[in-house]
Write a protein that binds this ligand. Structure first.
Ligand SMILES: Cc1cc2nc3c(=O)[nH]c(=O)nc-3n(C[C@H](O)[C@H](O)[C@H](O)COP(=O)(O)OP(=O)(O)OC[C@H]3O[C@@H](n4cnc5c(N)ncnc54)[C@H](O)[C@@H]3O)c2cc1C
Length: 372
């Protein structure tokens, strides 16, 4: 079971940057721009600062998952090719609880299946498969969804437990980017990936790449890039991504050097999460013992906050806790710990006192179990 898939996405991005890509975190497409039957790029807006800009490209790839149709529908140039909104989408959620089983247990119930997976000394239960009919931008994880899933777990699960809201330490969810709709039956709808060249709609220079599974995404991108290069008459190098380690990965069997004096549990989780960068994180904890203090049940130290803030471009404390360090994915930290982590991150990122207060409030609201 992967400890922290968000860092796999980060590893994809870091690898792309090592090969010359420019990336922008937290920057949204506002309008797709172009003229004369061709897309040139997009007007974009930084979601944090409000700064606007323009990105120009030979080919624009709309890879916005469940939002892909709405991004097209939101621009005058592409509105007519967006197609009608789907009548139903598929919501999936996961709940995190204390460890209920040390082996993976799969339950097949009336409308799908879910598992109890042992994960970081806890249980990760899910996913659900629930029809969702409202706008994508309005989707959020609600108490109602969590309570409905708890009811299903209590009535159908193979694990003899009765769970209530108090047992849930964290919850996640999202909408699946399905490529085809099969009536109301989102469970059996296709998970195939799909590359749509909008030249078929009379607009060149833009493709939509959507659907699929996380696990098949590398192969899908290889196929998509090869097809785009051929179409645009570009010569590209043969892809080596199937056989090359991603940036920051530690080859199997290799271990960190800087483990002296640090708790074994911390070494294990830092290696698992930080891979080749574990040495740097542990060295910081050894040099500044204050950073060796752990802030999760499985031993993630404050040094992880300092390292990620300095080297991994988080935009907010919530971003840092959920998508860099894995501290926030196992529940909401204690208020004192949150305040200390905000100070450490703020010192690296130049936040003033007012910003630190705001970051703590946003992180408190965004972690744990949502309040409707
Ligand atoms: C509950 C759940 C469980 C899943 N389990 C699995 C699993 O076990 N295995 C598996 O392989 N797959 C799984 N999937 C599917 C997997 O998550 C998706 O297939 C995958 O995330 C699709 O990747 P993507 O990059 O196409 O879209 P996404 O991951 O959805 O990324 C789209 C991105 O576009 C951004 N975006 C939206 N609008 C704009 C805009 N206007 N401008 C700029 N950016 C924008 C979004 O913020 C988002 O970051 C699961 C999905 C869910 C919801």
């Amino acid at each position: 079971m992967m400890a922290f898939p968000e860092r796999l996405t980060l590893a994809f991005l870091r690898s792309a940057v090592e090969h010359g890509a420019l990336i922008a975190n937290g920057v949204a497409v506002q309008t797709i721009i172009g003229g004369g039957g061709r897309v040139f790029g997009a007007h974009v807006c930084d979601q944090l600062t409000g700064q606007v800009g323009e990105v120009r490209a030979r080919v624009t790839v709309n890879a916005t998952g469940p939002w892909a149709r709405d991004v097209l529908a939101g621009s005058p140039l592409t509105e007519s090719i967006a197609g009608p909104p789907p009548t139903v989408r598929s919501e999936g959620i996961y709940l995190v609880t204390r460890e209920l089983s040390t082996t993976m247990v799969l339950t097949v119930s009336g409308h799908g299946h879910f598992s109890f997976a042992p994960w970081r000394g806890l249980s990760l239960i899910g996913p659900t498969e629930t029809p969702y009919r409202d706008a994508v931008e309005d989707w959020r994880l609600t108490h109602a969804s969590i309570e409905a899933f708890l009811e299903e777990i209590n009535s159908a699960s193979m694990v003899p437990v009765r769970l209530g809201l108090d047992d849930v330490v964290a919850a996640y969810g999202g909408l699946r980017p399905l490529t085809e709709q099969n009536g109301e039956d989102t469970y059996n709808a296709s998970r195939a990936s799909e590359l749509v060249d909008h030249r078929r709609d009379g607009l060149a220079g833009i493709v939509t790449a959507t659907g699929g599974k996380y696990i098949s995404s590398r192969a899908f991108v290889q196929k998509a890039v090869t097809a785009l290069a051929k179409r645009e008459g570009l010569t590209i190098r043969r892809s080596s991504s199937a056989t090359t380690l991603l940036a920051g990965c530690l080859p199997t069997g290799e271990h960190t050097r800087h483990a002296g004096g640090i708790d074994e549990r911390t070494v294990a989780i830092v290696e698992q999460i930080y891979g080749a960068d574990a040495d740097d994180v542990l060295a910081a904890a050894i040099e500044r013992p204050i950073l060796a203090r752990t802030v999760t049940h499985d031993g993630i130290p404050l040094a992880a906050v300092a390292h990620s803030a300095r080297h991994e471009s988080p935009r907010t404390l919530l971003d840092l806790l959920l998508r860099r360090t894995g501290i926030g994915t196992v529940g909401r930290p204690a208020d004192d710990d949150l305040a200390e982590m905000a100070q450490i991150a703020g010192a690296e990122l130049g936040w003033d006192a007012a910003r630190i207060t705001r970051e703590i409030a946003d992180a408190r609201a965004g972690l744990g179990v949502p309040v409707d």
